[in-house]
Ligand binder design. Structure first.
Ligand SMILES: NC(=O)c1ccc[n+]([C@@H]2O[C@H](COP(=O)([O-])OP(=O)(O)OC[C@H]3O[C@@H](n4cnc5c(N)ncnc54)[C@H](O)[C@@H]3O)[C@@H](O)[C@H]2O)c1
Ligand SMILES: [Zn+2]
Length: 344
């Protein structure tokens, strides 16, 4: 078992990573929560595979109720948010009762947002079941929904009270969804842990050790900068370009990040920051996990990066790689970006 300590000043919590931990969820949750009722939120796909099992496990100590939403990004919507609130209130949920997010990043983000607002806030546990959620979205406390065709545009910082990661549940994940999560794992190696990156070159089994090494990179960034105003931006490596291609092509988030990382590496090379031997290694790992690796001219997308919601008025913070396992934050003004595009 591996434990990641999210030692945040106002919201400390622990992340337990253990094969088979799903079956012990009741013990872990009861160590932090002693009311009678508990509410699981999940999607229809994950519900088919894991909901009955989790209800049975938690029934040892709790009265368990559940809310099921349709699978997919479209559930990160106002409609579904209102639907979940309505169902929780119909189920007589009371102040300070616990929610459990059982599912991928969609369920984690939606449940977290509900938890940040219902009764002005209630505790919630993350049980991430997709690799992307285990690798990324279940820790760090960013929650939210999409609105007006913009992703994650309405939300809140709301840290979970506990995160339980069971690598066994990845067995039921479809291959494309597995690769989707691998992109964030590879990203963590590139920006913060060269030895993890080198391990990935050998295509290891994704076990407790690898998950915890990868999550440690995110932990480090979140502990330094819970509210994403500085250090945490490093996690955006590949995302500035990635978000633009994600909108244009019909790609999963991790697939777009894979392309975005390659674009950011070329950008770094041209600026004299990124050594040229990194690109082929990254490309080879991405390829080995069936992620897209086509070369896209980053200059064509530079202007569009100005539309990214993470950009502060007129400046884009690019995350570039100066050596494997290390990144630099590289702010560029709108004028400078236009100069680069025009080859000046
Ligand atoms: N909050 C954050 O910090 C953060 C970070 C990264 C991404 N995100 C968000 O996460 C979302 C993407 O997450 P995702 O890729 O997990 O999507 P998702 O939640 O839609 O899950 C992907 C698919 O996998 C299925 N699934 C999940 N676990 C499964 C399992 N164990 N077995 C079989 N099928 C399973 C789901 O039903 C779904 O169909 C996006 O909305 C993104 O914005 C949030
Ligand atoms: Zn991401």
């Amino acid at each position: 078992m591996k434990i990641i300590d999210m030692n945040l000043k106002n919201n400390p919590y622990k992340v337990y990573i253990e094969s088979g931990i799903l079956d012990k969820a009741c013990d872990y949750i009861s160590s932090i929560y002693n009311k009678k009722n508990i509410y699981i939120i999940t999607d229809n796909h994950v519900a088919n595979i894991y909901l009955d099992r989790l209800i049975k496990i938690l029934s040892a100590k709790y009265i368990v109720k559940s809310v099921i939403v349709p699978e997919g990004e479209s559930s990160k919507s106002f409609n579904e948010y209102v639907n979940v609130l309505t169902k929780l209130l119909d189920l007589n949920m009371r102040r300070n009762e616990m929610l459990v997010a059982l599912g991928g990043g969609v369920i984690g983000d939606l449940t977290g947002f509900v938890a940040s607002t219902i009764y002005r806030g209630c505790p919630y546990v993350q049980i991430p079941t997709s690799l992307l959620a285990q690798m990324d979205s279940s820790i760090g406390g960013k929650t939210g929904i999409d609105f007006a065709e913009r992703k994650n545009i309405i939300g809140a910082f709301k840290q979970p009270s506990l995160v339980l990661i069971d690598p066994y549940v990845l067995d039921s994940l479809e291959n494309r969804q597995f690769s989707n999560g691998m992109a964030e794992l590879i990203k963590h190696g590139i920006i913060g842990n060269a030895s993890l990156f080198n391990k990935l070159l050998r295509k290891p089994c994704i076990d407790e050790d690898i998950i915890s090494e990868s999550l440690s990179v995110k932990q480090d960034a979140v502990l330094k900068d819970e509210f994403d105003t500085g250090e945490r931006m490093r996690l955006n490596f590949g995302h500035t370009f990635g978000h633009v291609v994600e909108l244009e092509k019909n790609l999963l988030h991790g697939e777009a990040v894979a392309l975005g990382m390659l674009m950011a590496l070329r950008f770094g090379e041209d600026l004299g920051i990124t050594p040229k031997d990194i690109y082929p290694q990254v490309k080879s790992i991405l390829e080995s996990y069936n992620l897209p690796v086509e070369e896209i001219d980053y200059k064509k997308y530079l202007l569009k990066t100005l539309g990214d919601k993470k950009n502060l008025a007129g400046t884009v913070n690019f995350i570039l790689i100066d050596k494997l396992g290390s990144s630099v934050i590289y702010p560029l003004t709108e004028d400078k970006i236009k100069e680069i595009i025009n080859g000046r």
